[in-house]
Design a protein around this ligand. Structure first.
Ligand code: SF4
Length: 347
């Protein structure tokens, strides 16, 4: 990416309209650029035949385009596809395409690495390298669609990184992908997951982020959550739950997703299930129970199926919606950050 030029895929439709004014051409050409770049994934601006020469010259002078290189790809038996995408500076991130009934969900990374340090997460072991730009996140979506040959229907910001540690770029990314005159993803089909950045959750509310909210909760006591998600020492469970309840109250119809990674002997007891029921009592939420996906060197184990089912039964008894999520792509390097780690080891 040429740093003196603005990356086109980091722009909304209204940014492109302004660009047309600056270039001295009719604003309708913003639509032509959107149709070619965002709808047909064309990364060669010089090939757009519907825009005038003046605009071509302006684009060549001021605007850049880039496509990340796909440096590794794995396809699981269930259709889950994991890609390692190399950004122009050589830094790599993972993105995952998950096939479901009548939907294709793409899991997007928002940072190269992560600073949060969750002890069950492989991505955390390398720390944070840098934030991704909005354009790089859009490039992940475009690469996912181009490589799979399919239209992505749902986007989850649950890959490498804590999205709310990269607030401005993530806000811009959400605006670009949900822009009705641009990529036009429905905000109902976009979900941002956070490890619990309480002040940023309130800021999301103020800024009316066009997406759903997911919380990576994973514990029912501060003692356990402090150990597995260090950010809890700053923003403990009570403050996080309070923020979520206010979020739901103000956003009305939005159902929040509560993610609960189940770690054998750590957070999977029936006492935990009862505490979780009490914490979430009356909350408009769906709980995703995610039995831990072990990776080489992990210090946690996956609970057995009977333990997971018994945990779920307590939540259902308490009138909560709790779904046990099967790990997709278990025959490939399914844990977040695993494929990149394996590639680095081979080098
Ligand atoms: S689980 Fe998410 S927030 Fe926690 S370290 Fe991993 S990438 Fe960061």
């Amino acid at each position: 990416m040429n740093s003196t030029k603005t990356p086109l895929i980091g722009m909304t439709h209204s940014d492109l309209v302004e660009l047309c004014y600056d270039a001295g051409v009719k604003p309708v050409h913003a639509d032509h650029i959107v149709a070619s770049v965002f709808r047909r994934y064309n990364s060669d601006l010089s090939s757009i035949s519907t825009i005038p020469k003046t605009l071509h010259s302006y684009l060549a002078k001021h605007i850049s385009m880039f496509e990340p290189t796909c440096s590794a790809e794995q396809l699981a038996a269930d259709g889950t596809r994991k890609l390692v995408l190399q950004m122009p500076d050589g830094k790599a991130v993972e993105t995952v395409l998950i096939e479901g009934a009548k939907r294709l969900t793409q899991c997007i990374s928002t940072q190269v690495g992560c600073a949060v340090g969750c002890t069950f997460c492989l991505t955390a072991t390398a720390g944070l390298t840098r934030n991704l730009s909005a354009a790089e996140m859009v490039a992940e979506v475009m690469a996912g669609q181009r490589i799979s040959g399919q239209k992505v229907s749902n986007i989850v910001l649950m890959g490498m990184g804590e999205p709310l540690h990269n607030y401005q770029a993530v806000a811009q990314f959400l605006n670009i992908i949900t822009d009705p005159k641009g990529m036009a993803f429905s905000p109902n089909r976009v979900t941002l997951s956070t490890s619990g950045m309480v002040p940023a959750i309130y800021r999301m509310l103020e800024d009316k982020f066009p997406c759903n909210l997911a919380i990576s909760l994973n514990a029912t006591t501060d003692e356990v959550r402090d150990r597995i998600i260090p950010i809890n020492r700053k923003y403990p469970i009570a403050a996080l739950i309070q923020a979520v309840r206010e979020y739901i109250q103000q956003r009305g119809s939005k159902r929040v997703l509560i993610e609960y990674v189940m770690l054998a002997g750590i957070n999977d007891s029936l006492e935990d299930a009862h505490r979780l029921s009490a914490l979430l009592e009356g909350m408009h939420c769906t709980i995703n129970l995610l039995p831990f996906n072990p990776y080489q060197g992990a210090s946690f184990k996956r609970p057995d199926d009977a333990t997971v089912s018994a945990f779920q039964a307590v939540l259902v008894e308490a009138k909560l919606i709790a779904i046990i999520r099967k790990s997709k792509g278990r025959d490939i390097s399914a844990a977040c950050g695993q494929l990149i780690t394996e590639i680095k080891k081979k080098r």
